[in-house]
Design a protein around this ligand. Sequence first.
Ligand SMILES: [Zn+2]
Length: 280
Amino acid sequence: MPEIGEIQAHAERLEADWSGKTLTAFRPITFYVLKTFAPDPSIAHGQTLRSVTTRGKYLQLNFDEVTFLIHLMQGGRLRPDEKQTAKPRGGQARWTFDDGTALLLTEAGSDKRAGIWLFDNSTDIETVEPLSKLGPNADAIDPDLLAEILSDHSMRIHGLLRRQGIIAGLGRRLANDVCHHAKISPFATTSKLTTDQVGALHSAIGACIDTSLDFERSQTEIVASKKRPSAVHNKTGEPCPDCDDTIREVAYVKYSVNYCATCQTNGKVLADNTTSKFLK
Ligand SMILES: [Zn+2]
């Protein structure tokens, strides 16, 4: 799933290419993609796109008086719609502009979970769902706040980093890389981290987001996840970039936690997927 770096760079590209255009039509293509019943989407017609911003893993299309909030989930993409066919493949919704161009939200795969929320700008969208459920953005957390968040929860660090209600914007890849960068076991208990470890974790969050953002800004769209730069994520069996030890995994049904034993667990090899259920 796109994480904070991918979404941020995507928002920057969308703003550069689309802001200043006036919406002539917004049309949901599937009946389930629009998650709000009011206001009626037609009130957005005639409004100009002013900016494109992000909150956690959400994109925000900010028009004069309304905001479209979009979550791409795993396979969603928001791209120029060159063909503008009646039934585009994977099409979820279309925004058409006064110069004849259009943006299309598509979603690949059968698991259709991408969503759009429409708000009147008199609403403080931070106070209503889905944004009211989010923790602070990962790139906006200072060391004191991070220390407070970690001590308030007794969780495995990898799990906490991915929990959007606690810290918004990180996913499996960044959680793996942040733990590696901080030289902390992904299964360390958050409330038991030392002050030094909390500091290392804070630096790692910033460094890994920066690395991700630098790469994404060099791209023209959200690329396949395997093309994204990563120290340990999905690198099982490959050498650790810091110490050359072999990167290992603890595999779950839907994903793997990757780590370097030398860098992160004092050489201790964690149980593999056949015996690791207790690590959940
Ligand atoms: Zn290592």
